[in-house]
Write a protein that binds this ligand. Structure first.
Ligand code: XMP
Length: 507
């Protein structure tokens, strides 16, 4: 088990993902919340930070419990922290130190750099530079602009690197992390999907016993994987509810429900389409739509949950990025918890105990765990789909007819992506129905019909995204099919905006 101390860097989660990719378990905690019992940890990594060590409010961790007792790898801010507060010197950089640099290794046979090539590309992102190393330190590497790019402190297993090993652009970054964790800290690489399944199923059995659990399935990856894990642990005591809010993709409710039943899940499909459409009548404001949908879902779910006798647990597909406590950059090093898109409005009046079997996993790990348990690739590879569904892709007010039009358009687009083998190259795709009519001509008739926009983006986490350069022939064919087949649409446009400054959804 590895402890990652967060100093607020945008890359902290990336460190954790790289560590997990080495089949090593790790946890992120704010730098000022080091657990009182550290006996379970075998190594510590200090993250980067948006702060300068020279700033008045610079994060200053109390490392007395850790230093000299556990191997430490200090990244970027961490490297500067040791230099600044332990007998070295840190000053503003003379030249900009952002982006690519090449490592020149100084000492041969350093275990941290085993197998790392001379001139290996690394990624820098800092505006301060370490002028003098801390006491008892040995320089291990430099770059053309950074003399002290890596060092270690003698007499303890403390290593420090100025570059970011966690980013993709540091070519041997993963190697450096592996050298530190496996060769230096001797952390066993035993964190595999299979092991996770075994441990979690055993845990769930013990925690839940003979009690009953209710879970809301959404058709998405997280809730599905959570359901299968729980099913493995408690079988028929897991009661799944899958609500049709009438804003899903074409035929999705029926097909996903069948899929769930084939997987052996005890699932009840609830078609509440009309209830949602009624609640949304006349509403155009995006946030208002979200609220109505969230509240209606709670009502429907609660009604259904009451139908299950003696239920005591509520299971949720919450994943790690939703629960990581990160240090807040703007508000100083006070801890804030990020709130979750989907679970924000869950009813506390249900008074159920919560069980979240995926709470410590990243999305890609959830997929691997799902694959390990034999969940179909098609389900695991699904694009993300927002909870409010097509409601936030119909600009303006929502009617059954608009939902039908958009479902048809979306279906042609998504099916096309699959047929053209483009679906897996795209992170998320969908169609948007615009509140705009435009003039067209079909046969000899003038038409005055709706405009739809197609959107396809690449991304890793939805935080930033870029539009996908789909082949012109594909767009041409798709546009043609949509206009010919979907009554009420006579114009198709393709969205070529990146996030930021746009967002993925239009609402
Ligand atoms: P934006 O539009 O903010 O979307 O760039 C980023 C990601 O979040 C999804 N999204 C939502 N998911 N409820 C959800 O469950 C919502 O209200 C919501 N709004 C956006 C969006 O589909 C994309 O994957």
């Amino acid at each position: 088990n590895v402890l990652i101390l967060d100093f607020g860097s945008q890359y902290t989660q990336l460190i954790a993902r790289r560590v997990r990719e080495l089949n090593i378990y790790c946890e992120i905690v704010p730098f000022n919340k080091i657990p009182s019992d550290i006996s379970g940890f075998k190594a510590v990594i200090l993250s980067g930070s948006p702060f300068s060590v020279r700033a008045e409010n610079a994060p200053q961790p109390d490392l007395s419990k850790i230093r000299g007792k556990l191997p430490i790898l200090a990244v970027c801010y961490g490297a500067q922290y040791f230099a600044y507060f332990h007998g070295g010197k840190v000053e503003p950089s003379q030249t900009r130190e952002y982006g690519r640099a090449n490592l020149s290794l100084i000492k041969d046979a350093e275990p941290l750099f085993e197998g790392v090539m001379e001139n290996s590309q690394v990624w820098m992102s800092h505006s301060d530079t370490i002028k003098e190393l801390p006491k008892n330190s040995i320089r291990l590497a430099s770059t053309s602009d950074v003399l002290n790019a890596a060092y270690r402190i003698e007499g303890e297993e403390t290593y420090a690197i100025q570059f970011h090993p966690e980013v993709y652009h540091s070519t041997d970054g993963k190697r450096v992390l592996e050298n530190f964790l496996v060769n230096i800290a001797r952390v066993p690489q035993t964190w595999t999907p299979g092991k996770f399944v075994d441990l979690t199923v055993a845990d769930l059995k013990e925690k839940i016993g003979d009690e009953r659990v209710v879970l809301g399935l959404s058709g998405g990856v997280d809730s599905s994987v959570a359901a299968v894990l729980l099913h493995k642990a408690i079988g028929k005591n897991l009661y799944c509810i899958f609500v049709n809010n009438g804003l899903l993709r074409k035929d999705e409710f029926e097909s996903v429900l069948d899929q769930y039943k084939d997987m052996g899940l005890n699932v009840k499909g609830v078609d509440a389409s009309n209830r949602f459409l009624d609640a949304l009548k006349g509403i155009s404001d995006p946030e208002e739509k979200r609220k109505k949908i969230g509240n209606t879902f709670i009502e429907v779910f609660d009604d259904e949950a009451h139908e299950i006798k003696d239920v005591t647990f509520l299971a949720q597909g919450t994943i790690y990025p939703d629960v990581i406590e990160s240090i807040s950059v703007t508000g100083g090093p006070s801890a804030t918890i990020k709130s979750h898109h989907n679970v924000g409005g869950l009813p506390d009046f249900m008074k159920l105990k919560i069980v979240e079997p995926l709470k410590m996993l990243f999305k890609d790990e959830v997929r691997r765990v799902g694959a390990e348990m034999g969940i179909a690739k098609e389900l695991l590879g699904r694009h993300p789909f927002p909870g409010p569904g097509l409601a936030i892709r119909i600009l303006g007010d929502i009617t059954a007819e608009k939902v039908r039009i958009l479902q048809e358009v979306d279906h042609i687009f998504i099916q096309g992506l699959k047929d053209w083998k483009l679906y897996d190259k795209v992170w998320q795709a969908g169609a948007i129905l615009l509140p705009v009519s435009s003039v067209g001509v079909m046969g000899d008739e003038r038409t005055y019909e709706k405009v739809v926009a197609l959107r396809a983006v690449e991304s890793t986490d939805g935080m930033t995204a870029d539009w996908v350069n789909l082949p012109y022939e594909f767009l041409q064919k798709t546009s043609n099919t949509i206009i010919n087949k979907v009554k009420g649409v006579n114009r198709v446009v393709y969205d070529i905006s990146s996030k930021p400054p746009a967002t993925i959804e239009w609402e």
